[in-house]
Design a protein around this ligand. Structure first.
Ligand SMILES: [Zn+2]
Length: 68
């Protein structure tokens, strides 16, 4: 399993948001699964269609992430 990277700055550190504006740190696998970075955290209620990069201003669909 590989982690996908931001298409702009090539980091794997991403986050998702919910309707309340809370953030969860995640990574995305090469089969496009969004996985919480911290064990035991739930992504219930979070919008997994848009991921945000922690390294730059990029955000978008997990499908737009790159392998390298
Ligand atoms: Zn980035």
């Amino acid at each position: 399993m590989k982690k996908l990277l931001c298409p702009q700055c090539k980091v794997s550190a991403l986050y998702v948001k919910n309707g309340q504006g809370d953030r969860r740190s995640v990574y995305v696998t090469d089969d496009y699964r969004v996985v919480p970075r911290n064990d035991g955290e739930s992504l219930e209620g979070f919008d997994l269609e848009t991921v945000y990069c922690l390294g730059c201003s990029w955000s978008g669909s997990p499908r737009r992430l790159v392998l390298r």
